[in-house]
Design a protein around this ligand. Structure first.
Ligand SMILES: [Zn+2]
Length: 199
């Protein structure tokens, strides 16, 4: 792998954005292991077109994308293509965590959330970016479907694990280092991640 042209550290409990160009390579890195990242992306030319887990699951006819698969927009445009995946476990079914998830389901009102972190990260942009929880891809989330139930387990992947993707369109990308610390999502210990761009 060539040296990154840009690297953004995403602190635990926070989100950051980065711009990537068609032809570059985007890497999502878990710096300390067992961490989930919630990834959103928008077309720079028209941010109303954005990454869509639902459309990706539909067109791939798979619950978990694999090496070689594209990640699609809400207009089924391929935005990213997976070229390497150290983890192979992802969730594209559930929305990212949000304030109501903590307040209603965990009796933890005011807990940080991926949705809140991404809203804060895109608030300072001079682009028309909006985010809905269901438009986040839960990278490295160890969810499986078993007898019709969604089961969440601690991610087993170690420090330095990464997913590497070819960038197919000019995009703004946001990554939240998921702040879920009261369930198995991040092994009860949220830690930082990194976004690396090469090429
Ligand atoms: Zn989260």
């Amino acid at each position: 792998m060539s040296d990154p042209v840009e690297e953004v550290i995403v602190p635990a409990y926070e989100a950051r954005t980065i711009e990537v160009k068609k032809g570059q390579t985007l890497e999502v890195v878990d710096l300390e292991g067992q961490q989930v990242g919630d990834l959103a992306a928008w077309m720079i030319d028209d941010p109303s077109e954005h990454l869509s887990p639902a459309h990706t699951v539909s067109s791939l006819a798979k619950l978990v994308p694999e090496v070689g698969d594209p990640i699609l927009s809400n207009h089924r445009t391929p935005l990213l293509r997976i070229v390497r995946d150290d983890v192979g476990r992802h969730d594209l079914i559930v929305p990212c965590c949000d304030p109501e998830r903590y307040a209603i389901d965990y009796d933890a009102p005011g807990h940080p959330s991926c949705l809140g972190s991404i809203q804060k990260a895109i608030a300072g942009q001079d682009r028309e970016l909006t985010i809905e929880g269901e438009n986040c891809w839960n990278v490295f989330m160890n969810n499986t479907v078993e007898d019709g139930r969604i089961v969440t387990r601690e991610p087993p992947h170690p420090a330095g694990s990464a997913i590497v993707m070819e960038v197919l369109e000019d995009l703004v990308v946001a990554l939240s280092a998921c702040p879920q610390d009261i369930s198995a999502v991040n092994a009860y210990n949220p830690t930082p991640m990194a976004l690396r761009v090469t090429g």
